[in-house]
Design a protein around this ligand. Structure first.
Ligand SMILES: *[C@@H]1O[C@H](CO)[C@@H](O)[C@H](O)[C@H]1NC(C)=O
Length: 232
């Protein structure tokens, strides 16, 4: 399975927009929001990861994350390691799963192999203290996972393009379509917390309920080339 060191750092990056300086761990341009003044209480999106790099290297991890400064990181998405046999992926496919990093380490839901053009449905829903990740392909649930962080007070929402060890970057743009972010209370200032990396293209954030529910029709992340020195 994939390594986990970078995913821990990612929980800070999502909220604070910080850049990791850890060796051999780099990040592609991101779209990140937060903190909200209330809490993040849910999200849905459709993720199209794009064609994976032709030469698989450990490791490339693409995900949509929510967290706050003290919670774990809810981060369903796709992985490519040098050996993708753990999910049955061919060289042109990704390994897809629900995933969570928190106290106790990395936890993953069941893995499935998907092609880069797959429209992946991702939903994070909250009931009491329990978050449920539901990952779907063509309307069928392929991976789920629960975790116990409760409402993500002063939480954030962001894309992760995480490149560890010998990773050279991505080979395709990534798309997030019809993203919806549910907040516990209206936050008209939420768009002002947006951080957008170089080359990231997106439609405006929209709300029809005074800032409690935000939608972003389209986010496109550019192809990312890891800088020299990333053990590549
Ligand atoms: C994150 O959310 C949890 C759960 O609701 C809350 O207990 C904690 O105080 C929040 N952390 C921050 C830094 O706001």
């Amino acid at each position: 399975m994939h390594t986990t060191f970078g995913k821990f750092i990612a929980s800070v990056c999502v909220v604070a927009g910080l850049v990791s300086h850890a060796a051999a761990d780099t990040w592609g341009p991101a779209f990140s929001l937060g903190p909200t003044k209330g809490a993040v209480i849910g999200t849905t999106t459709t993720f199209i990861p794009g064609t994976p790099p032709a030469e698989a290297e450990t490791g490339l991890y693409l995900w949509i994350g929510i967290s706050n400064g003290t919670s774990g990181l809810i981060q369903a998405g796709v992985d490519q390691d040098a050996d993708n046999s753990y999910c049955g992926a061919s060289a042109t496919e990704w390994c897809l799963s629900a995933s969570y990093f928190g106290i106790g380490g990395q936890f993953d839901g069941p893995y499935v192999a998907v092609s880069g053009s797959t429209e992946i449905g991702i939903a994070y829903t909250l009931s009491g203290q329990t978050w449920t990740q539901t990952v779907t392909v063509a309307g069928k649930v392929v991976s789920t996972l629960t975790s116990e962080d409760g409402p993500l007070i002063e939480g954030g929402w962001g894309t992760g393009t995480e490149c560890q060890q010998n990773c050279k970057g991505t080979a395709s743009v990534q798309q997030y379509l019809n993203s919806v972010i549910y907040l516990s209370e209206p936050d008209e200032n939420f768009p002002n917390t947006l951080g957008v990396g170089a080359g990231v293209v997106h439609t405006p954030m929209e709300t029809t309920d005074g800032g409690q529910t935000w939608t972003i029709a389209s986010i496109t992340l550019p192809v990312y080339t890891a800088p020299p020195g990333n053990d590549n």
